[in-house]
Write a protein that binds this ligand. Structure first.
Ligand code: PBG
Length: 345
């Protein structure tokens, strides 16, 4: 039913009566007052920089779907790690593009002590010992079918994969990795890695559990970056979490903590902030989120079109992670943001 519009601008009550003089705009009126009441802050200490590795020397290879992101050869990665350390970035996370000829059904290249990941870790920790190095113990860069596990008769076999991952984690620790972050979502991997690390004397090497990794479409550009695009047979739904589920994410995290995880990660990031909030509230663990390749690519693409202000949107998303309770964020924006934060000081 249409209501007759009220005559003129006269309200029956004044705004002061309506709000009982509570006016939230008071503290928004100036930069100084906004700064005074600001709850969340992004600092360089919140940033983890994921980088891609490739073979060769003095290499920097562009990745079409991730403008501004490159693959680095080991020597270039060392120089980039130095730059990151100078900017104050606490840690980097490495992901390798493995030569296709070195990939096979079992992903056995992950067990080579001299593989690209381990060579990079050794070189970076020798040249820049002050930066934290986080390595992924997942098989996907090394498998011909691009799955995170060993594929037998159309099934990703859990226990055999876990054995390989635990062994790979020990090799990564021996190369100098500070944190093992397995991104595969096999059952029992955290406990197996902890046991293998301790058994080999790596009591100080930590585990960041990709506790809640979802079967997401946001990983697309990453697969170009490590050369697995188009190679994946089927999908990863039998091991990653269904994007519809949140209680299951809680149970995954609970299990990983019980098995010895030192910190938790949520992946992808921004579309899953509800999970971050629940995990932080429930477990009070160090909690991280991964702003994944698709999130990065969307911001870059819309920015390049002039449809959004890329810089402001990137900063706002990172602040949103902090507001949701993240202790840190893995982000491809890390070096750019670190420079920006430094300039703003
Ligand atoms: C796989 C892995 C993925 C990412 C890192 N390791 C996802 C996948 O390819 O299934 C995604 C990272 C990103 O999108 O930025 N173990």
């Amino acid at each position: 039913m249409n209501r007759v519009p009220r005559e003129g601008t006269n309200l029956r009550k004044s705004v002061d009566e309506i709000t009982r003089s509570r006016r939230l705009r008071r503290m928004r009126k100036a930069d100084w007052s906004r700064r005074l009441v600001r709850e969340s802050h992004l600092t360089v200490d919140d940033l983890i920089w994921p980088i891609f590795l490739c073979e060769g020397t003095n290499q920097r290879e562009r990745i079409a779907a991730m403008p501004g992101v490159e693959r680095f050869s080991v020597d270039t990665a060392v120089r980039e790690a130095e730059r990151a350390a100078k900017l104050g970035i606490p840690a980097i996370a490495t992901f390798p593009y493995i030569d296709v000829v070195l990939r096979n059904d079992e992903g056995s290249g992950i067990l080579d002590p001299e593989n690209l990941i381990n060579r990079a870790t050794r070189a970076i920790k020798t040249a820049v010992p002050e930066i934290g190095v986080i390595t992924d113990a997942a098989l996907d860069p090394f498998t011909s079918h691009a799955h995170d596990g060993i594929l037998r008769n159309g099934i990703i076999v859990n226990d055999e994969t876990v054995t390989t991952i635990a062994e790979a984690a020990v090799l990564q620790a021996a190369a100098g990795s500070d944190i093992i972050a397995p991104s595969d979502m096999m059952d029992g991997r955290i406990g197996a890695i902890r046991e293998a690390l301790d058994h080999n004397g790596f009591h100080d090497v930590a585990i960041m559990a990709y506790a809640t990794k979802f079967a997401s479409a946001y990983y697309g550009p990453y697969r170009e970056a490590i050369g697995t695009a188009g190679r994946l047979k089927g999908d990863k739904k039998t091991y990653y979490i269904d994007p519809a589920n949140t209680d299951e994410a809680i149970r995954e995290a609970e299990q990983d903590i019980a098995e010895g995880a030192d910190s938790l990660m949520v992946k992808p990031g921004l579309p899953y902030l509800d999970i971050v909030l629940r995990l932080k509230d429930t477990f009070a663990m160090p909690t991280f989120a991964y702003q994944v390749s698709g999130e990065y690519a969307m911001i870059k693409a819309a920015g390049a079109q002039g449809w959004i202000d890329e810089e402001r949107v990137a900063m706002e998303t990172l602040l949103a992670f902090k507001r949701a309770g993240c202790d840190g964020i893995l982000t491809y924006f890390a070096p750019v943001v670190a420079e920006r934060l430094r300039a703003a000081r």
